[in-house]
Ligand binder design. Structure first.
Ligand code: 2HA
Ligand code: ZN
Length: 277
């Protein structure tokens, strides 16, 4: 019988939590992480899962995830503590055949529930699973300070955030060529913000929550953490620039983005390459 803690997906999950805390993106119980577990990753640990717990309402409907297993951080748990005791701070849940309820099958050994943002995570997973043919498996929510700061200063528009973040580092349009979406301030934890976020996930791999944080989607832990890291680094540069001057002296121009797209074989939508005054 293999230990759940030795499973490579569990180790990847735990490492991301420690790395995110080290980046200062997870004050107290801020942020949450979910991973859609592969069937072949469940088999070796199946004997340690318990399938006799109560079925709880997800708070939304995700029929596209019927029967799937997820690893998730716990509601009220601190990212800082995940590496110390994953079996307390995280859990493995199974979704029922209707996509309406979940059952905790491992973890949360001292009690508790999966992340308060489970509706947003699962609706994002449902969208991405369909859109990527199952390739995307990680949804990651963090509270990175520079992106949040920009939501007080820039208009809350996808075009503006995408273009400003792209301009701050040449690699940005290569890392997130689809751009980023912005959700206006909404009450977190519920179905409404989950619907708004998952709508943006139809188009983007990054959704910014105004005055709150960021959601990222990706295939694996490295790619998803790297996406969060790239977006926040770019936001940090923009905060520095805006702190020094109200107007950039020079920047990357629309035609230069088109040249980059050609050489790096990415498609950059023209909606983000508008002429500025
Ligand atoms: O506390 O980040 O959005 C967890 C959160 C809620
Ligand atoms: Zn949050």
């Amino acid at each position: 019988m293999n230990s759940v803690l030795d499973a490579p997906f569990v180790q990847g999950f735990v490492r991301l939590c420690g790395d995110g805390f080290a980046q200062n993106w997870h004050e107290r119980n801020g942020g949450n992480l979910t991973y859609r577990i592969r069937p072949e990753e469940i088999e070796p640990i199946r004997a340690q899962l318990r399938a006799d717990g109560p079925w709880q309402d997800i708070g939304t409907s995700v029929p596209g995830l019927a029967g799937e297993y997820f690893m998730a951080t716990g509601s009220g748990k601190f990212f800082r503590n995940v590496p110390l005791d994953p079996e307390d701070a995280a859990c493995i849940v199974r979704i029922d055949e209707a996509g309406e309820k979940y059952q905790v099958q491992w973890g949360l050994k001292n009690g508790g529930r999966p992340t308060s943002e489970l509706p947003s995570h699962l609706m994002n997973h449902e969208v991405k699973k369909a859109l990527t043919g199952g390739a995307h498996r990680v949804i990651y929510h963090a509270h990175p300070a520079n992106v949040i700061a920009l939501t007080f200063v820039l208009p809350l528009e996808d075009q503006v955030f995408t273009r400003e973040l792209w301009e701050m580092a040449t690699e940005c349009p290569v890392v997130f060529p689809e751009g980023v979406g912005v959700v206006p301030w909404m009450v977190p934890g519920g179905r409404d913000i989950a619907v708004a976020t998952s709508r943006l996930m139809q188009k983007y791999n990054v959704a910014i929550w105004a005055h709150h944080g960021v959601f990222c989607s990706g295939r694996d832990f490295d790619e998803t953490f790297g996406l969060m890291h790239t977006v926040e680094k770019s936001a940090e540069i923009l905060v520095k620039v805006l702190s020094m001057t109200p107007k950039k002296r020079q920047t990357i121009q629309p035609q230069e983005f088109r040249d980059l797209a050609r050489d790096f074989h990415v498609t950059l939508p023209e909606e983000f390459l508008f002429e500025k005054e």
